[in-house]
Design a protein around this ligand. Structure first.
Ligand SMILES: C[S@@+](CC[C@H](N)C(=O)[O-])C[C@H]1O[C@@H](n2cnc3c(N)ncnc32)[C@H](O)[C@@H]1O
Length: 252
């Protein structure tokens, strides 16, 4: 039988590559690796890549295997999900993978200016009601700017038409350079080893027949960012609870 939540939490407390700083303790527990992840933890000067809302950390671990010359940090607030990727990385003795358990709202407390090269957003909650909570809103772009290298890369992989459309408007409104974009990754013939990594949520959406969308864009440091003023059709399937979703037929 698999481990329960409490056992996973206990494991996480002992893991040398897991750092736990949820908002509730972040004010009281000093974090002294801001600006020195490479020197103090990874012991190299390789580029740092974050997966925000990493869940079980499929991208963090999968990319870590593919790119030993880059460092990967999975970030999420849910420790029991993160345990899966953290345990895999530990078993494989991966030296280029770490996990940070915190709220993404305070992510800029953990990284210094220019410390991060790339960000992956994998199946992030679209937060259709509140742009301030949406991980591709300008509110978050402003936070990312505080620690992303100039013209750092942001990857968005999503099932959500709302999230994808919103992000496209956000990118257009702010003239952010787009490197690549597809609304139907798996029927485009463009899937490579990187884009072929499937996350837990991704597989659920694929099983329901949804198309997976992907976008890669750069975030320059210059220019004030403006929120797009647009009305976007909501994703209907997200208003169902999980049991109803399972039987849901979705159009492609
Ligand atoms: C829909 S799940 C996707 C998980 C994983 N990337 C996947 O594709 O399977 C979204 C994840 O983001 C995390 N998350 C959402 N908002 C967050 C926030 N503000 N701070 C930290 N984690 C957050 C949730 O805990 C959850 O694990």
């Amino acid at each position: 039988m698999g481990k329960g939540k409490l056992e996973k939490f206990a494991d996480m407390r002992e893991y040398p590559h897991v750092f736990e700083y949820p908002y509730s303790v972040a004010d009281n527990v000093p974090f002294d690796m801001k600006g020195s992840w490479n020197r103090d933890f990874f012991k190299n000067d390789h580029p740092i890549v974050l997966e925000l809302g990493c869940g079980r950390g499929e991208y963090t671990v999968g990319l870590g295997r593919m790119y030993p010359d880059k460092n990967f940090i999975g970030v999420d607030i849910k420790g029991s999900r993160m345990w899966t990727g953290a345990t895999e990385a530990l078993k494989e003795c991966m030296k280029n993978v770490a996990f940070l358990r915190t709220n993404i709202e305070i992510i800029d407390r953990f990284f210094a200016p220019g410390e991060v090269s790339e960000i992956w957003l994998t199946f992030s909650d679209p937060q259709m009601k509140k742009a301030t909570k949406r991980l591709t809103s300008t509110y978050f772009m402003e936070r990312y700017r505080k620690f992303l290298k100039p013209d750092g890369l942001i990857h968005l992989k999503t099932d959500s038409n709302f999230m994808f459309t919103y992000t496209r408007y956000m990118v257009e409104e702010n003239r952010l350079p787009v490197e690549f974009m597809t609304e139907d990754l798996y029927h485009s013939g463009l899937v490579d080893d990187i884009l072929g990594i499937r996350t837990y949520y991704e597989q659920q959406w694929l099983d329901r027949g949804l198309n997976i969308k992907y976008m890669k864009f750069r975030l320059p440091q210059e220019n004030e960012l403006h929120e797009p003023d647009v009305e976007i059709e909501l994703d209907e399937y997200r208003s169902y609870n999980r049991s109803k979703r399972s039987g849901l037929k979705t159009s492609k």
